[in-house]
Design a protein around this ligand. Structure first.
Ligand code: 6GU
Length: 225
């Protein structure tokens, strides 16, 4: 998968993909992340990419031209499955949506800023709008990093233990069961006996029942879906 991220703050996106699983995904050639500085596409001497909004009001709006030129440039080089705009009024990101999008080859991810982008870009360029939750961030960069991470780890071959992504919280609409490691007793706090029993089938059963219990307690809404 190739992901092209368009942003006015490229520095914010330097490090999120340089560690751990995302780093390995790129080293294995399974994921390519390209960051594009929107200012490089400005035609103005000042490299300005935003302007006052028509009708008045506080807050700047990102102009059409730099974004249109950047997207046109990318589209002239390959076909994209979606041109995604990160915005708090987009579709809520969840695991089923991540699973579906992880099948794509090429994605453009546009990070919003200030008051947002000129509405005409949303009408003519953007094919999908995504939010990562019901709260407001200063810009779309952190949200884009969340999106890339959630997709990258689903690509075949990225996780070492192939089954690991399938037992995450939210796959099958269940939260993950509790996990323990050594020592088996600390301060008198014991690991559940079943996990030390060596009975693989019984352990699997226990984990499933714990996942259901935890989901009922914490996120009953997931079980209703
Ligand atoms: Cl995608 N952008 C911003 N600015 N805030 C958000 C968001 C995105 N998702 C949740 N809050």
């Amino acid at each position: 998968m190739r992901i092209d991220i368009i942003t006015v703050l490229p520095e914010l996106l330097r490090s999120p993909f340089d560690h751990s699983i995302m780093k390995r995904a790129q080293e294995k050639g399974l994921l390519e992340v390209h960051i594009h500085n929107l200012r490089d596409y400005s035609k103005e001497k000042s490299k300005q990419v935003d302007d006052y909004q028509f009708g008045g009001g506080a807050g700047m709006v990102i102009k059409i031209q730099p974004i249109a030129d950047c997207i046109d440039d990318l589209k002239s080089q390959r076909n994209y499955d979606e041109v995604i705009y990160m915005t708090p009024d987009g579709e809520l990101l969840n695991q089923p949506l991540c699973n579906r999008m992880s099948l794509y080859e090429n994605l453009i991810v546009l990070c919003g800023h200030y008051k947002g982008i000129d509405e005409r870009l949303r009408e003519h360029y953007i094919t999908k709008e995504i939010s990562i939750g019901d709260y407001v961030l200063s810009g779309g960069e952190l949200a884009a990093a969340v999106l890339v991470d959630s997709l990258g780890r689903l690509l075949p071959g990225v996780l070492n233990d192939e089954s690991s992504a399938l037992t995450d919280s939210f796959q099958d609409n269940l939260l993950a069961p509790p996990v323990y490691t050594r020592p088996s007793e600390y301060n008198g706090w014991k690991v559940p006996d079943i996990l030390l029993s060596g009975h693989a089938a019984k352990i699997e059963e226990w984990r499933y029942s714990q996942a259901v219990k935890r989901t009922k307690e914490r996120r009953p809404d997931l079980l209703e879906e």
